[in-house]
Design a protein around this ligand. Structure first.
Ligand code: FES
Length: 173
């Protein structure tokens, strides 16, 4: 067993036995960043963030409707800045969010109502890469963790796809 003795400048020195250089991990637009590079700050994901939504201020309520797999519609009143993933998880909807919103899976795949799709900011390359792995990709597919509520998308409607894909070791057996 190796003991970690040094962690600096992106290099992890394991009891002087061998040295491994870590490549920095990048994320989409999330606020939590994990990296072993010396040029970027180290921080970890706050697991308790998920499921804890800010109550919207009076007069600033925004609305989002989820269309569930069985066709049921659920509408919620939320604050600006909340992601569709956090809102879904706070209300126990069936959105896994396996990577915790770090744009490293496609289990928060949502299909956006075309009437709202153009009002969303363009997906970045990381999000597009993950969307390529999503089952049932459509012209208006997005990742729920990358969509933050704002006045521009007030009333947005999103459908949860019938299936999502979480790539794990078992997929390669
Ligand atoms: S939760 Fe993994 S990409 Fe959104």
């Amino acid at each position: 067993m190796f003991k970690v003795s040094t962690l600096s400048r992106g290099v992890l020195n394991l009891s002087n036995t061998f040295t491994r250089t870590y490549r920095p991990m990048t994320r989409c637009r999330g606020t939590n960043t994990f990296t072993a590079s010396s040029k970027r700050p180290f921080s970890s994901s706050l697991l308790l963030q998920h499921g804890h939504l800010k109550k919207p201020k009076k007069g600033e309520e925004l609305h989002v409707t989820y269309i569930l797999k069985d066709g049921t519609q659920k509408t919620f009143e939320v604050s600006a800045g909340e992601t569709l993933l956090d809102i879904a998880q706070a209300h126990n909807l069936d959105m896994e969010g396996a990577c915790g919103g770090s744009c490293a899976c496609s289990t928060c795949h949502v299909i956006v109502d075309p009437d709202y799709y153009d009002a969303l900011p363009e997906p970045d390359d990381d999000e597009n890469d993950m969307l390529d792995l999503a089952y049932g990709l459509t012209e208006t597919s997005r990742l729920g963790c990358q969509i933050k509520m704002s006045k521009d998308i007030e009333g947005i409607r999103v459908a949860l796809p019938a299936m999502t894909r979480n790539v794990n070791a078992n997929d390669f057996n």
